[in-house]
Ligand binder design. Sequence first.
Ligand SMILES: [Zn+2]
Length: 76
Amino acid sequence: MGRLLFWIVLIAVAVWLWRHFKRPTPPRADTEAGTTPMVRCAQCGVHVPQNRALQHESRWYCSQAHLTQGSSSGDR
Ligand SMILES: [Zn+2]
């Protein structure tokens, strides 16, 4: 009978481990990216998430370099 108890414990542990690792963990990065609006870079036209974009005078830029280029070319 001890052998039967050993298998019951083994299966119980296996089920516990399976449920522990199968537990779904929703990726927060995807949900944040889904709610973040996309903006268009005024310099190169690429679409970037608004929280990663740089704003200058109601225009959006994908990087600091394009912000500098876009703002300098707009003044001239
Ligand atoms: Zn750009």
